[in-house]
Structures are given as C-alpha cells and as structure tokens.
Design a protein around this ligand. Structure first.
Ligand code: DQA
Length: 141
C-alpha cells in the first residue's frame, strides 16, 4: 500500500498558526509522525504540501497509477476548490479527507467541502491523530 498525504495552504505553519485551534505541534512533527505510522502500518508514504491550488491538482494527477490511497487535508481549498474535487474524481484513487479542527463547529463558510464529495471517509476534529486514522482506514480496506 502506497499512500500520498496531501496538505493544503498554511498546514506548514502548524505550531505557529492559531495554536488554540490547530495545536502546538509543528509541521515537522506531523511529518515525523506520519513516517512512524506508515512503518507501523507497513505501508509506504509520501507527504506533499503546497499553498497553490494548481500544484495540488498536478500532484493528484501525478498520483494516478502510482499511489493506492490519498489522505488529503485541502485546508482552505476544501471550501472553494472544484478543481481539487475534479482531480480526485479524475484519478479515482480511494481518498480520505482530514481536518485537524472540527470544521463542523466553525464558521458557515467552512461547512461546505468540495473535496469531501470525492472522499470515501472523513476524519474531522481529531487533531494530528486524524492523519493516522485516515492511513489506518486506507490500509485496512
Ligand atoms: C483545516 C480547516 C480549514 O477550514 C482551514 O482553512 C484550514 C485547516 C483543518 O485542518 O482543520 O486551513 O483544513
């Protein structure tokens, strides 16, 4: 099982960014955790982060035929990007949506998830551990 973990804009600012909402752990810690979880689950993992919508679309397209599963936190693009939704639908790779914070309890504009339409599982508000749960879901499929 080869998993691609995609993070959208500002996820690389973890630890600095609104710690009351996203926690105190930084992006490097998230990357280290993801590698450890991949080892535990006996799967391969690659992590990708971008602040650019088109780069995320490119990465999803490049995943076709290479990765067996995608874990995606599109961050703010969750709520705006039909292009990311269409890219996920285009490649048809099983995908899990992750949000660190509980978006269901936040602003109205966060209540829509376009990317989520193309995802078969949604892990919301579980902090960084949400990525682990998403990886477990894909590995146990
Ligand atoms: C987020 C929630 C989004 O609404 C926000 O724009 C983010 C992070 C989360 O992980 O909780 O950047 O996706």
């Amino acid at each position: 099982m080869k998993i691609l973990v995609i993070n959208g804009p500002n996820i690389n600012m973890l630890g600095i960014r609104e710690p009351g909402i996203y926690g105190k752990e930084n992006y490097e810690t998230l990357l280290t955790n993801i590698k450890e979880w991949a080892d535990e689950l006996n799967c391969q993992v690659e992590c990708f982060q971008s602040n650019h919508e088109g780069s995320i679309v490119d990465k999803i397209q490049e995943a076709y035929g290479v990765f067996d599963g995608i874990v995606i936190n599109p961050a703010a693009y969750t709520h705006t990007s039909v292009a990311i939704l269409d890219a996920l639908k285009s490649v048809g790779i099983p995908a899990v949506e992750v949000h660190i914070s509980d978006v269901t309890k936040r602003e109205d504009f966060r209540q829509i998830s376009y990317a989520g339409i193309a995802c078969e599982e949604h892990i919301i508000g579980k902090g960084l551990n949400g990525y682990k749960l998403a990886m477990e879901y894909l590995c146990n499929k």
